[in-house]
Design a protein around this ligand. Sequence first.
Ligand code: GLU
Length: 327
Amino acid sequence: MTDMPDHDRLRKLLEDVVTDVRDAAPGLYEQAVEAAQERGKAPPRKGDFEKFGIAVYTRDGLCVAAGNAGVAFPIQSISKVFALEVALEGLGERVWKRVGREPSGDPFNSIIDLERDKGVPRNPFVNAGALVVCDMLVGLGGRPGPNRHVVKLVEGMLDGETIELNPDVMASDRTGGDLNRSLMFMAKHHGNLDHPVEKVMDAYVHQCAISLDCRGLARAGRFLMHDDAEAEDERGVAAARRARRILAIMMLCGQYDGSGDFAYRVGLPAKSGVGGGILAIAPHRASIAVYSPALDPMGNSWLGTLGLEMLTDRTDWSVFGSVRTRG
Ligand code: GLU
């Protein structure tokens, strides 16, 4: 199936993906138990392998969802995609003077690269990079408190809907954010942080706490589809170019140090978060969100990744080309 499936076909396809993911869940749970044992970690919660939701927004404005697509979760690191959009729109190429665009191969919160690269984070999706981007957003001005840039952008994508912020993430990221603070002090030491650590932290915590369900996330991600129809004027072309560049970074750096495996299996640019969500984009075709809270050792949703792998296999939406004959 290389064409865009119609509403009914897409619905059936998503329902089948949900059924097949649920069938595969007990096997993945066993794998997760083994992986946790090997790493000396607490066993995963079985109940987390019973939740899976998926929503797809197509370029013609169709939204189809299945499974637990209405369960809200904190988008966490997925917010880094929206923050990058705000920074690129506000500052253009100047962003890349302060943050790189290379995959890191280290965990999302690692400080090693930051020391080695003299305070310039490898990319905007590791925590160090996201914090430097947040510092840029603070520099764009505005009231303190909720990160008005990212929250406002996402609210705009949702046609003005008010977004809930997850109170647990707000509290735990604030109190447990010592490593994030260390990253900022390291960046500051190298002259790559302009604002007080606590002010940047506050902005970061607010963006991580944004709470959406799969439908909301897929809807908020539509701008990344960069549909040709929207690129009629210069502003549209600039927005489409930004989206294309953000997708490149998502492909290379979007799943922490599991980005290579994800590209191999799913073949779509995507960004995951420790809240269990993944936003994936099939350029010019669809904005896709999946949710399932159990995380693999890299911090990516076990079932979410599997569901996306099934979806791209069945739709042939991989950015690396179609495997079925074009009709
Ligand atoms: N709030 C989390 C942290 O900074 C986000 C991590 C993530 O989703 O990767 O630790």
